[in-house]
Design a protein around this ligand. Structure first.
Ligand code: ADP
Ligand code: ZN
Length: 754
């Protein structure tokens, strides 16, 4: 058969023409491949891993060939419409990884593959434009006047734009304001919002030359760093898979170990992936890598589509030595993977919260094993799963016990806020000790960080007489009062309203405000530290990346004395001027209904405490709590991860909790509580039928927040001795007929927050 002229340069067709059927994975929650016929002219471009455009339910969709040739199938088979690429977008290794993700986490292959590719690659439209929005002066005025004719969603849009006082990418705006595009369009028509199109600049490589000034010479590694490196380099030299847990106290120089390990991989002509928590992906972080390597690429979700796609293509072409990114970077198409670093491996942001609900650290381990690469998981406070793996010899354990020369660990003081001499009257959030230490630090010219893991001013508004609590109309949650916006806000769905002047139930004037957030602390500082410059960092003030950079810049230049914030502050900030870190309430996170509440609290306290004492002067940490003897508090104060882990793991073993068991959470949700309950019961019965001995099926029961955005929720928890049992139950549940319309069912393997 004579090939048409335009195909003569393409690779010869691998499959004989009569077998030119392919199985295509589509980004739908349907657990099946769809069979299409490949026209002869396209057969060189429709092998495994290629993008194809296919007709599906009357309209074209882009999918990925997952099976070629596919077995014949009865019935009418439609033709592939187009195969736009000369090369597959996914090589055999990543296709296989996608199969693993789908299987392990109970997603469809199409969903898994879609999660692996940047949008700009999946739907390549060269030079994509993006739309940005900002409030017009009229819009700002309408917002300030609290114009009556604004719908809730429009109000939210305006609030974000007015606060940003700048252009915001439309995508980011819709996400933070939790609205669809239509209220924005309405506002634009009324002249309250302005829209503009911009082209992304494709500049995928972070050139080392762009770092300001000549790079500082690398420090001489400490003896502990040398020992850790020798083991990593030996593993790289051996050429096969190996995994290490790098347990290093805050400020012990873990990044220096990563940098030198990457250099070793580069010398072998292999690439490195560096996964960092989304919030830690700052220009400072990137600059540390860019100062050492020339060919560094960054992949992250705040990037423009085109920019991200361009970076992805450079990576695939082998033009990059180091890829840095958040969890999705675990799928970056590096041709010769040598090393994967997962920094702050205990961070929950490595777990994706929608399908496929994968954990990037765990996927990294699988990918490295298949590629014969080395993995380094680094943390001062590792996840107990990782710690158990290291204890049981599955990971090599590398320890950095000391901070780098010139830096000592801070002195930590635990203050029992219940003690009478700490609270001399009043309802202050500051104990006597914290006040004294704060004034001391400021008097000595130091800076302070105050940590309160809750935003807003009051976490509830309630009637002092009848007990009425102001709640979200859509969610089963009390509204948080935000003083700077003078509105009560739902932290789940963003619903907001004015504070009623009187109790709607019993008409008693004035609701009582209870519970402290970051705004409360900020407000109280005016009297505790008058004259100090205070900045607040939480998701209310940090709606844009630039705002975050700006506050950190001001803090770094010492234009700000006190930084008040939520857990945003806990990550990798390195400020030599900070001599005091105050944790206003350690008890907030202990009270969470989560089997990992102790672990989370320990991590948070130890990480926040690690922010002090990074400079010449010694640091001090004050932890306020009502539970001074709680193990999470005690061991965090001692910066003693290993003792905490030993104690907590005993508890986990006694209750058969992870890491000594595996969990599957099934969440059923819908607008009708009866339909949700019925489906949840059916799920539970099926799970019980398929669960082996040693498994437990718990529920159905409503999760801590039973209703979110008008959707009722019930969950079923399957607890099993190992993943094989979980996989069996998961397969059985997924094989069941889909739920009735308007009830949704989702699966979360190795869930968080259970
Ligand atoms: P970690 O990630 O363990 O908290 P970092 O890697 O951020 O610690 O290191 C803290 C600081 O110490 C950085 O400024 C780094 O440049 C510096 N540093 C790292 N290793 C050394 C060393 N061997 N000697 C001196 N300074 C070092
Ligand atoms: Zn709500």
């Amino acid at each position: 058969m004579g090939a048409p002229q335009f195909l003569s340069r393409a690779a010869p067709c691998a499959a004989p023409p009569k077998a030119a059927l392919v199985g295509v994975a589509l980004d739908l929650p349907l657990d099946t491949l769809f069979t299409y016929r490949v026209p002869a002219a396209l057969c060189a471009r429709a092998g495994p891993g290629f993008r194809v455009r296919v007709p599906f339910r009357g309209r074209p969709r882009v999918g990925i060939v997952a099976e070629a040739p596919a077995p014949p199938r009865p019935g009418r088979v439609l033709d592939v419409l187009d195969a736009p690429d000369a090369e597959p977008v996914l090589g055999p290794d990543l296709l296989e990884l996608g199969r693993f993700v789908a299987r392990y986490y109970g997603a469809s292959l199409g969903e898994a593959l879609a999660a692996m590719l940047p949008r700009g690659v999946r739907h390549r439209r060269a030079g994509r434009e993006r739309v940005e929005a900002r409030a017009t002066p009229e819009g700002a005025a309408a917002w300030q006047a609290q114009a009556e004719d604004l719908a809730d969603a429009q109000r939210r849009v305006l609030r974000h734009l007015v606060r940003a006082a700048d252009w915001l990418p439309l995508g980011a705006l819709l996400q933070t304001a939790r609205v669809s595009a239509s209220p924005v369009r309405t506002l634009a028509r009324r002249g309250l919002v302005e829209l503009a199109r911009r082209r992304d600049v494709a500049d995928p490589l972070v050139a080392a030359t762009r770092a300001p000034g000549p790079p500082a010479p690398p420090p001489t590694p400490t003896a502990e760093q040398v020992r850790a490196l020798q083991r990593i380099e030996a593993a790289l030299g051996a050429g096969g898979y190996a995994a290490f847990l790098l347990l290093g106290v805050t400020g012990s120089g873990k990044t220096e170990v990563y940098l030198r390990a990457i250099e070793a991989a580069r010398r072998q002509g292999r690439q490195a992936l560096v996964l960092v928590p989304e919030i830690a992906l700052t220009p400072q972080t990137v600059a540390r890598f860019a100062a050492r390597f020339e060919r560094v690429a960054v992949l992250h979700s705040a990037q423009g589509e085109a920019e991200r796609a361009a970076a992805w293509r450079c990576i695939r072409a082998g033009e990059v030595d180091v890829v840095i990114g958040p969890r999705s970077a675990v799928f970056a198409p590096v041709p010769r993977l040598g090393l994967v670093v997962v920094d702050e491996e205990h961070e929950t942001s490595f777990k994706q919260q929608n399908a496929p609900r994968y954990h990037a650290r765990d996927v990294a381990l699988v990918r490295a094993r298949d590629a014969g690469a080395v993995v380094v998981l680094g943390s001062a406070t590792p996840a107990l799963e990782s710690w158990a793996n290291a204890q049981e010899g599955r990971y090599g354990l590398l320890r950095l016990r000391e901070r780098v020369p010139g830096r000592r660990l801070p002195t930590v003081q635990v203050v029992d806020v219940g003690a009478p001499d700490e609270q001399p009257g009043g309802r202050s959030r500051f104990s006597r000790t914290l006040r004294v230490r704060l004034r001391e630090a400021l008097a000595e010219g130091g800076q302070a960080i105050l940590f309160q893991n809750r935003r807003g001013f009051a976490t509830s508004a309630a009637c002092a007489r009848c007990g009425f609590v102001l709640r979200c109309t859509e969610c089963d949650l009390a509204l948080t009062y935000h003083r700077s916006e003078t509105r009560a806000l739902c932290h789940l769905c963003g619903h907001e309203r004015a504070l009623p002047r009187a109790c709607p139930e019993c008409a008693l004037p004035g609701l009582a405000l209870r519970g402290a957030g970051t705004q409360t602390i900020e407000a109280e500082l005016a009297s505790i530290a008058p004259g100090a410059v205070v900045a607040r960092m939480d998701s209310d003030t940090m709606t844009r990346r630039e705002a975050y950079e700006e506050v950190l810049g001001r803090f770094g230049r010492r234009e700000v004395d006190i930084l008040v914030g939520t857990q945003m502050l806990a990550k990798g900030l390195d400020f030599p001027g900070v001599t005091l870190v105050g944790i206003v309430s350690a008890d907030l996170s202990l009270a969470q209904p989560d089997l990992r509440a102790n672990e989370r609290t320990f991590q948070l306290l130890a990480q926040v405490a690690g922010r002090a004492g990074r400079g010449e002067r010694d640091g001090r940490v004050v932890i306020q709590t009502r539970l001074p003897d709680h193990p999470a508090v005690r061991w965090a104060a001692a910066q003693d991860f290993e003792s905490f882990a030993a104690e907590e793991l005993r508890e986990r073993r006694a209750h058969a909790y992870p890491p000594y068991a595996r969990l599957l959470r099934v969440l059923v949700r819908g607008a009708s509580p009866e339909a949700v309950a019925a489906r949840a019961r059916a799920v539970q019965e099926r799970a019980v039928r398929h669960a082996g001995t040693g498994c437990q099926v718990l529920g159905p029961a409503p999760p801590p927040v039973a209703r979110v955005q008008g959707q009722w929720r019930e969950q079923i928890l399957v607890k099993a001795p190992d993943h094989r049992e979980i996989a069996r139950v998961l397969a059985a549940l997924r094989a069941a007929p889909r739920p009735r319309a308007r009830v949704e069912e989702s699966y979360d393997v190795d869930p968080y927050g259970a």
